[in-house]
Design a protein around this ligand. Structure first.
Ligand code: DP6
Length: 342
């Protein structure tokens, strides 16, 4: 059937909607640097844990009456020319192309945690958009394809498609179709806890995307970072398979400190930490030296993320609470991958 204007009916769909929920993840072996910017292909593989109580809920509606895509984050409309709106539109375009539709969408995302302050809101954000759009458009894509589409939006988002311990493979194919995430271990198998010391709620000045690109172009140590990734990944994989906390702690702190040392070596140097971040590193090291199963990790922002056995949560909470610059403390465990909720 054709409309009177001769429009192909494939482009005239009724309102289609879905709501998805996704959790941020925290990389233990870090991704920093791309081998292909256009396809958003990371230069190194990465290993993360998907969280549970922190979450993004995204309601997405393809509506034939819309004249453009609309993206709202925490109730605030993203300007059409903003980087976040541009990425969301590109992500929707890829899904529309797969479905053979041209309908615009209204996307409303809500985070229950501070956005853009090193808590990986783009990871849960793109994972939720891809899963909601897949459902709304009736595509039924498999996990690999969902992960690939999420990765195009933001590298770390590929990992939030899955729950528990997750690896994003560096992949070899030029088209990036093998650069997808796979599950290493379920959350329930090794129920670690994560305590986040929120040190600033301000939006970071330099995004991960621009920070890692500046690092790739200007750090004298970038090649060494890429070369070292495979051995860190192998150690972390073994540690997770054996549930060896000490081994995971050592390799995770190494990858984190190496990523930040690399960022510092860019020109101009990128320093994401505040004083309280450094104070937190010392406290966590003291706790581990005293026999507690704890380690820290930090992403492209000042927040200190402390991974621990559940038995150590109270002692971690008390230690972070004593640091003057820690504004808030969030508690979470490990959770499931992105899913449709309505
Ligand atoms: C420090 O996934 O936000 O959190 O692919 O450019 O969107 P883009 O980058 P993004 O970078 C994450 C960097 C990191 C480490 C990690 O999550 O692996």
């Amino acid at each position: 059937m054709r409309s009177s204007a001769g429009t192909n009916t494939r482009n005239v769909v009724a309102v289609k909607q879905a709501t998805a929920l996704a959790h941020p993840n925290i990389a233990l072996v870090k991704y920093w640097g791309k081998r292909d910017g256009a396809l958003n292909l990371p230069a190194v593989g990465s290993i993360s844990i998907t969280l549970d109580t922190l979450q993004t809920t995204t309601r997405l509606q393809f509506d034939p009456t819309l004249k453009r895509d609309r993206f709202t984050l925490d109730g605030v409309d993203a300007a059409d020319d903003s980087e976040s709106a541009r990425r969301v539109v590109q992500c929707l375009d890829r899904l529309r192309e797969l479905a053979g539709v041209g309908t615009y969408a209204d996307v409303q995302s809500e985070n229950n945690f501070p956005t853009a302050a090193g808590l990986a809101s783009s990871a849960s954000g793109f994972a939720a958009i891809v899963v909601a759009a897949d459902k709304a458009l009736g595509l039924n894509l498999d996990r690999n394809k969902l992960s690939e589409l999420a990765r195009r939006g933001s590298g770390s988002a590929a990992r939030s498609i899955l729950g528990g311990f997750v690896e994003l493979h560096h992949g070899k194919k030029p088209d990036g179709s093998d650069c997808v995430a796979s599950a290493l271990r379920d959350a329930a198998d090794w129920p670690l806890a994560v305590t986040v010391g929120v040190i600033s709620r301000k939006t970071k000045k330099i995004s991960s995307t621009s920070g890692m690109e500046a690092t790739r172009k200007t750090s004298p140590w970038y090649a060494g970072w890429v070369e070292g990734a495979e051995s860190d990944l192998a150690i972390a994989r073994d540690a997770i398979a054996a549930r060896d906390f000490e081994k995971l702690a050592t390799v995770s702190e190494h990858s984190c400190l190496k990523m930040h040392a690399l960022a510092l070596s860019a020109r101009p140097g990128l320093l994401y930490w505040y004083g309280a971040t450094v104070e937190g590193i010392h406290r966590v090291r003291e706790l581990r030296a005293a026999g507690h199963a704890v380690f820290f990790t930090i992403d492209a922002g000042p927040q200190l993320k402390v991974v621990s056995e559940k038995s150590a949560v109270e002692v971690v909470n008390d230690a972070l609470g004593e640091i003057a610059g820690v504004q808030d403390i969030l508690h979470t465990g490990l959770g499931d991958g992105a899913r449709v909720i309505a």
